[in-house]
Design a protein around this ligand. Structure first.
Ligand code: AVI
Length: 320
């Protein structure tokens, strides 16, 4: 416990120019694509929180079950008194399952959504007033430095939710390598990974009956209209998501219903009927596939936990 416990905030958020540059570039390629990291404006983050509570969306619920069931073992692997870094902390809910037993020296939630990060850090601090929180707004998918890096304090990282699945495998490799680098030798990474399974189950998880995932996907266009000078018509696009078994991934797209033109920042983009913008991939891994990937990136697979139905896996990896 530190008498200096407080909330510190570090803003490493990329400038708005990144959104513009990446959107203009992504819509100029064929097939058109926009990075899923842009889903998470304030409303997008709220919609994602709603997704995690949907009947069809099993990953969040299942990961929590695993963390609850194996909390003692997990804490033993992570070690106490570390700087606990959470990548993509969102609403900082899952970390609560480990905090009491872990007693970290400090907690560093890292998230791309500033408003969401600040709100969650404040809520957590209200419940854990002795926890020193270093809230960092950053795009962790890109190169970034740890803004708080006390010497001689061991580090442990937590990357829940299978967000690793939203990277292309080559990006996942590069990301894991960067994490291994900033954690340092013998540090631990606890990472949640969604598993390959019956495609029907996967298709349902990304095509929920209430249409929340569709709203989450379409909000990307709304965000671009609001933040860039753009005129996407929501009614001209529909949510389109399916499991691609050859590539072992869910693909999410926004499909144009009719041929039409969209203007962004003075540039025109033409959409054919049924043409799509690829907005997200969500790769699913067997345990062996993921451990092999982690090993090439500089980690040793220490332990893996799954639920009974083997829907989801939580891996403990050590930097070698
Ligand atoms: C954040 N990420 C792990 C989610 C996923 O399942 O790939 C994002 C998501 N997209 C649609 N539903 C959830």
């Amino acid at each position: 416990m530190s008498s200096l416990a407080n909330i510190h905030f570090y803003d490493l958020h990329p400038p708005l120019a990144n959104l513009k540059e990446e959107v203009l570039q992504g819509l100029s390629t064929s097939p058109k694509a926009i990075s899923p990291k842009f889903f998470y404006d304030e409303y997008g983050s709220q919609l994602f929180d709603q997704i995690t509570e949907l009947e069809e969306y099993y990953p969040t619920r299942t990961e929590i079950t695993i963390l609850e069931e194996y909390a003692d073992e997990i804490v033993a692997f992570l070690g106490k008194d570390a700087l606990l870094i959470e990548l993509g902390s969102g609403s900082s809910q899952k970390i609560r399952l480990l905090l009491d037993a872990l007693k970290p020296a400090a907690y560093m939630p890292i998230d791309i959504s500033k408003a969401h990060l600040l709100k969650s850090a404040q809520t957590l601090f209200n419940d854990y007033p002795h926890l020193d929180i270093h809230a960092t707004c950053a795009d962790y998918s890109d190169h970034f430095h740890l803004p708080y890096n006390p010497e001689k304090v061991p580090k442990a990282a937590f990357f829940p939710g299978s967000s690793i699945g939203n990277f292309e495998p080559s990006q996942a490799y590069a990301f894991l390598k960067r994490v291994a680098d900033f954690l340092g030798k013998n540090s631990t990474l606890l990472i949640g990974v969604d598993m390959k399974k019956d495609p029907q189950r996967l298709n349902e998880a990304y095509n929920d009956a209430k249409g929340v995932t569709a709203a989450f996907n379409l909000n990307l266009l709304q965000r671009i209209n609001q933040e860039l000078d753009a005129n996407f018509e929501m009614d001209y696009f529909k949510h389109y998501a399916f499991y691609n078994p050859q590539l072992g991934r869910i693909e999410m797209h926004l499909m144009s219903n009719i041929p039409h033109e969209v203007h962004i920042d003075g540039q025109a983009f033409y959409f054919k009927e049924n043409e799509t913008i690829h907005t997200e991939s969500s790769y699913k891994y067997t345990i062996d596939e993921f451990q092999a990937l982690a090993q090439t990136a500089g980690f040793q697979a220490v332990k893996v936990w799954t639920d009974k139905a083997r829907l989801f896996s939580v891996h403990c990896l050590r930097v070698i």
